[in-house]
Design a protein around this ligand. Structure first.
Ligand code: S3P
Length: 168
């Protein structure tokens, strides 16, 4: 299958890059977080607060599954989808998995601007972000087909690099 899945840590720019890819390719774009919010009728923060992370992951798992059975989609995945092996297996079967890598410094700069990320509450500093990224890095590495380093690149440059490398 020829879907394109964007994975990476919070603040790596998955949603913004997916929007740019949508413009360039005319493919339809989906965002796992948006679909979860739609399904639950609550914000991500409310879901974490009221129902907990395990519940969020369960809904995320269902949403990921629903995004692997059609062609030609661009999907921005929440930063934690790689925590589920089943998610990773399905993404790999559904198309090309593209890892957007941003440095901890870039991530910090971007996530400092909003309160939409419950897992970063009280952790918006370089050492906590580095620790979380280190913890997850092996999961991203196992999951991706293509890695793109995004620091210092424009959205258009990143999108072009992805389309050159995915060959789908
Ligand atoms: C999460 C990332 C978020 C969102 C939730 C959990 C994570 O998505 O799914 O807050 O575990 O990394 P973004 O990566 O789009 O911020």
């Amino acid at each position: 299958m020829n879907n394109i899945y964007l994975i990476g840590f919070m603040g790596a720019g998955k949603t913004a890059v997916a929007r740019t890819l949508e413009e360039i390719t005319n493919r339809s774009r989906y965002d796992t977080d948006d679909l979860i919010v739609e399904r639950e009728g609550k914000s991500i923060s409310e879901i974490f607060e009221e129902k907990g992370e395990d519940y969020f992951r369960k809904v995320e798992r269902e949403v990921v599954s629903s995004l692997t059975n059609q062609e030609s989609r661009i999907v921005a995945c929440g930063g934690g989808v790689i925590k589920s092996e089943e998610n990773v297996k399905e993404l790999k079967r559904g198309g090309r998995v593209v890892f957007l890598y941003a440095s901890p410094e870039t991530v910090l700069e971007r996530v400092s601007r909003n309160d939409r990320r419950p897992l970063l509450e009280g952790k918006k500093n370089l050492s906590d972000i580095k620790a979380m990224m280190d913890e997850r890095m092996s999961l991203y590495e196992k999951a991706y087909d293509i890695r793109i380093d995004v620091d210092g690149k424009s959205l258009e440059e990143i999108a072009k690099e992805i389309m050159e490398k995915v060959e789908v």
